[in-house]
Design a protein around this ligand. Structure first.
Ligand SMILES: [Zn+2]
Length: 266
């Protein structure tokens, strides 16, 4: 009896796989998305509201202004490019917002809903508009490519196949979806610390982020240089940008190759 139940769960999960394929903008990679945008956005807004309660906005007006300028330019360029190429729907549900928070931590993250947070500490490395655009583009790319949804979907299938949380399939709402969301975005409990994305997602975010930089007219060659700078600044802390964005020679080489072979967006 138990065995056949497991089988049903597995078949159900596979059925979801078959009907819930998405395609990542810019790279064309197929991905499994089991959650609706509205579910992801609601969870995202909830977590962000939680984060905002304790986050202290930066008192550095000039840095805040610069961050907003880069962010607005990147978003405007991305939106007009997607509109011109008939892909606006890929950005549906994203409500971009930028926050600079008063913290020496070297960190930045983007919620799946488009809320982007920079910690003042990362501006030591991202000290020009081009470098800010590198981090901004990378973080925006995670949201555009729906990496959060994909990660939750992968986790829920693993749970279902193990029949540990078979109710995930039946009741994707409420506590279960929240628990899955927390697997990827432990924002409430750990103050904005995201668990690392997979290498595949990191490489993809580097590439798409660099494309967005190009569309917005920033110098894409700043991207590999920025990650090299980051590589030299490793701190070994478990909770910062260095641990969620491991920067190594292979990753930087992949980015250089992506720049060399990038399409023309003009
Ligand atoms: Zn990343």
């Amino acid at each position: 009896m138990k065995k056949s139940f497991k089988f049903i769960v597995a078949v159900t999960a596979l059925a979801f796989l078959a009907v819930s394929c998405g395609v990542v903008s810019f790279t064309g990679r197929k991905q499994m998305l089991l959650f609706s945008d509205s579910e992801i956005m609601a969870l995202s807004d909830q977590s962000y509201a939680e984060f905002s309660k304790t986050a202290v906005p930066s008192k550095d007006a000039a840095a805040t202004k610069r961050l907003n300028e880069v962010g607005s330019r990147m978003v405007a360029a991305l939106e007009s490019y997607m509109k011109a190429t008939g892909q606006s729907s890929a950005l549906s549900g994203l409500k971009w917002e930028f926050m600079l928070t008063d913290s020496e931590e070297v960190n930045a993250f983007c919620m799946p809903s488009g809320k982007i947070v920079f910690y003042e500490g990362i501006l030591k490395y991202a000290d020009t508009p081009d470098y800010i655009a590198v981090v901004m583009g990378h973080e925006m790319a995670h949201a555009v490519a729906r990496h959060g949804n994909e990660r939750m979907s992968q986790q829920s299938v693993m749970n279902a196949l193990g029949s540990i949380a078979s109710e995930v399939i039946g009741e994707k709402n409420g506590a279960t979806a929240q628990a899955l969301f927390n697997v990827g975005f432990a924002v409430g409990s750990q103050a904005g610390v995201l668990l690392p994305y997979s290498r595949k997602h990191e490489y993809e975010a580097d590439k798409i982020g660099m494309y967005i930089m190009d569309i917005a007219g920033y110098d894409v060659n700043a991207a590999p240089v920025f990650w090299e700078k980051m590589q030299g600044g490793k701190t070994g802390s478990q909770s910062d940008f260095f641990s969620t964005h491991p920067s190594d020679a292979k990753r930087i080489a992949a980015l250089r190759e992506a720049i060399r072979t990038k399409p023309s967006f003009k």
